[in-house]
Design a protein around this ligand. Structure first.
Ligand SMILES: NC(=O)c1ccc[n+]([C@@H]2O[C@H](COP(=O)([O-])OP(=O)(O)OC[C@H]3O[C@@H](n4cnc5c(N)ncnc54)[C@H](OP(=O)(O)O)[C@@H]3O)[C@@H](O)[C@H]2O)c1
Length: 309
């Protein structure tokens, strides 16, 4: 699998990450291990998790995904360049939604412990926090980097203004700031004024900001929960608009031309973006991952990419 530079760091990250959100909950341990094995066997080096995964499912409390990653790391010799990510900032259990210093530091310790690692490679602010001074948050990430507890910080679900504010505070202090952004993004365009509760989608404005500032973009929920494998179903409510009707048509036409499934075409389109947008592959079976890995290692003719825009 192709590697690209991670933001303004000297690190190389694979062009698609493995979304581990449901590992240890909806996806049982055996299947999770199989998916992890398959992904690294195909040359992938980026695992995405979070402290709260998957606390919202009945019977679970969060930390299950990190625990599975920890167990897998113990039983396998992971590639030396593996990048493991986790996140902090959203509410789960007793932990409030917050990017206060003490929460960032204490949640990082818990994540390190659950995964059995000394360092988290990319530690994301899972959502921005209006109530905590930005200096406090950025200082906490800086402190973790200095202590070797994390290597890089990333932002997720940030509006452009907050991302720029955070990184300019970091710059003024000589701190690294955020190296990448993880946002909701797929081929379907959200309708104007669509609200995703606590989630932020990749707007053209923030995409441009990342391009100008050299931050990598990571896309979560790239497959709209599997929508592209059942396109006869209605589009999710927040995506019902005229542009997407055209996009669906274009997707269908291009599928027959390329021999790719709609799911594969969406992923291949995303990684063909310049610079590439890194999709997180969330899968519940090895056949899904197999299909998706073919997609992210397929290079699309620039002509096809142009027509899909
Ligand atoms: N930063 C954030 O706030 C945030 C939010 C959400 C997710 N994430 C990250 O992004 C990752 C992916 O998110 P997501 O699960 O929402 O992604 P998604 O791409 O929207 O949906 C993944 C689901 O699509 C279906 N699927 C995948 N490949 C398929 C295939 N080849 N054919 C048919 N169906 C297929 C599966 O559904 P079934 O299991 O039903 O078959 C799979 O669970 C997560 O694991 C997590 O790491 C981050």
């Amino acid at each position: 699998m192709q590697r690209i530079g991670l933001g303004n760091t000297s690190e190389e990250i694979s062009i698609a990450g493995l979304g581990c959100m449901y590992f240890g909950t909806r996806v049982d341990e055996k299947t999770s291990f199989r998916l992890l094995d398959m992904y690294v066997d195909h040359g992938g080096n980026f695992l995405d998790s979070a402290n709260k995964y998957a606390s919202w499912l009945p019977g679970f409390k969060g930390g299950e995904s990190e625990t599975i990653i920890g167990k897998w790391l113990k039983q396998n010799s992971a590639p030396s360049d593996l990048l493991i990510s986790s996140k902090v900032g959203f509410h789960y259990g007793e932990i409030p939604r917050s990017l206060k210093k003490e929460i960032i530091i204490s949640e990082c310790e818990k994540s390190l412990h659950r995964m059995g690692v000394e360092t988290i490679d990319i530690y994301f602010a899972h959502a921005y926090d209006r109530d905590t001074p930005i200096e406090e948050t950025m200082e906490a990430f800086h402190q973790l980097i200095k202590a070797g507890k994390i290597r890089y910080a990333g932002a997720s679900n940030y509006p452009g203004w907050r991302l720029e504010e955070a990184n300019s505070v970091a710059r003024s202090q000589g701190w690294a700031g955020y190296s990448c952004l993880q946002q909701r993004h797929t081929y379907m365009e959200p309708s104007s004024r669509a609200e995703f509760n606590n989630q932020e989608f990749l707007s053209p404005e923030i995409e441009d900001l990342c391009l100008r500032k050299g931050l990598s973009i990571i896309a979560y929920s790239p497959l709209l929960g599997g929508f592209y494998s059942r396109m006869e179903a209605p589009l999710p409510a927040l995506y019902q608009n005229a542009l997407n009707e055209e996009r669906l048509l274009s997707l269908r036409n291009t599928c027959s031309e390329t021999g790719l499934s709609p799911t594969q075409l969406v992923l291949a389109w995303m990684v063909s973006h310049s610079p590439a947008i890194i999709p997180l592959l969330g899968c519940s079976s090895s056949s899904q991952l197999e299909e998706n890995l073919v997609a992210v290692t397929t290079s699309l003719n620039p002509d096809v990419v142009q027509r899909l825009l």
